[in-house]
Design a protein around this ligand. Structure first.
Ligand SMILES: *Cc1c(COP(=O)(O)O)cnc(C)c1O
Length: 230
């Protein structure tokens, strides 16, 4: 049976709204990033026609190829692990890079953004649970990384991102999301003028409601919209 993208988008949005209201938040504070990795360009177009405003990709070449076909039909987000030599496919084309986790990548973003005479918005990805398999800066190194990014005047740091450990119970993610929000508050308290800590990218198909309750402003949802990936 074909996946009903419109119905799935509506269901996710209503669950987001309910979670926001439970937490005393305005649902409009949460942007749904529809994760279109592995999804064909035709189906991405369909999702946009159904109201998806923001699209997330996790592989730079896949993004490059989709962007060549689809262009700026929605706001694009890059959410995947990033190699320095792939940054060139992203800068200027994506609204937000969620996954800056080391200086070398940030320096390449700076170089390309400066060349394009823009400021590229980024999030710093934090490996909140310290999993060996995960990308992201270590929790105990995150403040120092943000500090070292401050001189990069074409890199606009607007918040933090994390991927919680895979777990059957969404509640297992709550302490990790809470810790990310605490870290953002700790960084904001430094009062660094170059750093905004207004965005928290956390929550996926299995745990986005908990993330919204814990303050997510961007949730990244693929499976709940497109069905399981091949
Ligand atoms: C694939 C992916 C998602 C979406 O995962 P789903 O479980 O399909 O919603 C979110 N964030 C990142 C970084 C991803 O790679």
């Amino acid at each position: 049976m074909a996946v009903d993208i419109a119905a799935n988008l509506a269901a996710v949005r209503s669950r987001v709204a309910a979670a926001a209201i439970r937490a005393g938040r305005d649902p409009s504070e949460v942007t749904l990033v529809t994760v279109s990795k592995t999804v064909s360009p035709a189906v991405v177009r369909e999702a946009v026609a159904c109201g998806a405003t923001d699209l997330g990709e996790n592989r730079a070449q896949e993004f490059r190829d989709k962007y060549a076909l689809l262009g700026p039909l929605a706001h694009w987000h890059f959410i995947g692990q990033l190699q320095t030599n792939k940054v060139k496919y992203l800068v200027e084309k994506v609204k937000l890079i969620h996954s800056v986790d080391r200086m070398a990548v940030a320096i390449e973003v700076e170089r390309l953004a400066k060349q394009a005479a823009i400021q590229q918005s980024v999030l710093v990805e934090v490996n909140i649970a310290g999993e060996h398999s995960k990308s992201g800066v270590r929790l105990d190194e995150a403040v120092a990384l943000v500090d070292s990014l401050r001189p990069l005047s074409h890199v606009r740091i607007i918040g933090l991102m994390t991927v919680a450990p895979l777990a059957a119970d969404p509640e297992a993610a709550r302490p990790h999301f809470r810790r990310l929000r605490g870290l953002a508050e700790e960084i904001a308290a430094r009062g660094w003028p170059e750093v905004e800590m207004t965005q928290l990218s956390m929550g996926m198909s299995g745990d986005f409601e908990v993330a919204v309750e814990e303050g997510a402003t961007l949730i990244r949802v693929g499976t709940a919209i497109f069905g399981p990936r091949a």
